[in-house]
Design a protein around this ligand. Structure first.
Ligand code: KIV
Length: 268
């Protein structure tokens, strides 16, 4: 399993860090078989697994359940679990308890939380103080869609650009070991990456971050909607639908089960 020290070394040596999301036993297993550098059990599971319209309905129990399953599939890969909305907002004590549950019950190696304002920096410090590594997340932070007014690129205007840059610097000072940058101009992703010592992982943040992350279902073509920053490497959704349809047709026309699928077939 790669360590935080290794990720820092990869940044220094300019070796791209590759992260993919995984939410259950098979996706964890396949990500590990592909020798991915690290796995994120993201709260995007609310949309791609549970069918919600956003990540806001995801609970800590959902996150623990799916993190445990992904971990069973990926026993030897560094795994980060997302802290869901309102699991790090109420109090420092509650934040520490919730982060520790993702480690103790979910068996994650680290947790991720969104945002960089002062209360978030306090949360990061408190969790790190419990010896739990924290990955931060800036830019388009999906748990803030209602305050951001939807899924909008962040940091296009100068004031917003500078605010995100300052938050990134403060996040490093607070003790985060990694920073996910989502939905920002390439120039901002590049500047943050150059100014920070900790690795940055981009999703819709251009070419200059230290690594890239994609949602499992997006990269495999299992989603309805393809954002601009996604490249699909397969079309699994169509494969699934056509395979189920073929099987259905064979049951209907009597081709399935064939001789080889039958225990002790009757003589015809
Ligand atoms: O929840 C998630 O999958 C994420 C990634 C998109 C970075 O936060």
């Amino acid at each position: 399993m790669k360590s935080i020290k290794k990720f820092l070394q990869m940044k220094k040596q300019q070796e791209p860090i590759v992260m993919v999301t995984a939410y259950d036993y098979p996706s964890g297993r396949y990500a590990e078989a592909a020798e991915i550098d690290l796995i994120l059990t993201g709260d995007s599971l609310g949309m791609v697994i549970l069918g919600y319209t956003d990540t806001l309905q995801v609970t800590l129990e959902d996150m623990i359940h799916h993190t445990r399953a992904a971990r069973r599939g990926a026993t030897d890969t560094f795994l980060i679990a997302d802290m869901p909305h309102m699991s790090y907002h109420i109090s420092i004590e509650n934040t520490k308890i919730n982060a520790s549950r993702l480690i103790k019950e979910g068996r994650a190696n680290a947790v991720k939380l969104e945002g960089g304002k002062s209360s978030r920096l306090e949360a990061i410090k408190a969790i790190v103080d419990c010896e739990i590594p924290v990955c931060a997340h800036l830019g388009l932070t999906p748990q803030s869609i209602n305050t951001m007014g939807g899924y909008r690129i962040q940091g296009k205007e100068e004031a917003e650009y500078q605010a995100i840059l300052q938050q990134a610097l403060a996040i490093e000072d607070a003790g985060a070991f990694m920073l996910v940058l989502e939905g920002i101009p390439e120039r901002l992703g590049k500047e943050i990456t150059e100014k920070l010592c900790i690795p940055t992982i981009g999703i819709g943040a251009g070419r200059y971050t230290d690594g890239q992350v994609l949602v499992y279902h997006d990269l495999l073509g299992m989603c309805e909607f393809k954002p601009k920053f996604v490249k699909q490497y397969a079309n699994i959704k169509d494969e699934i639908i056509s395979s189920i349809s073929k099987w259905k047709a064979e049951v209907k026309d009597g081709t399935f089960p064939a001789q080889e699928n039958i225990y002790i077939p009757l003589e015809k």
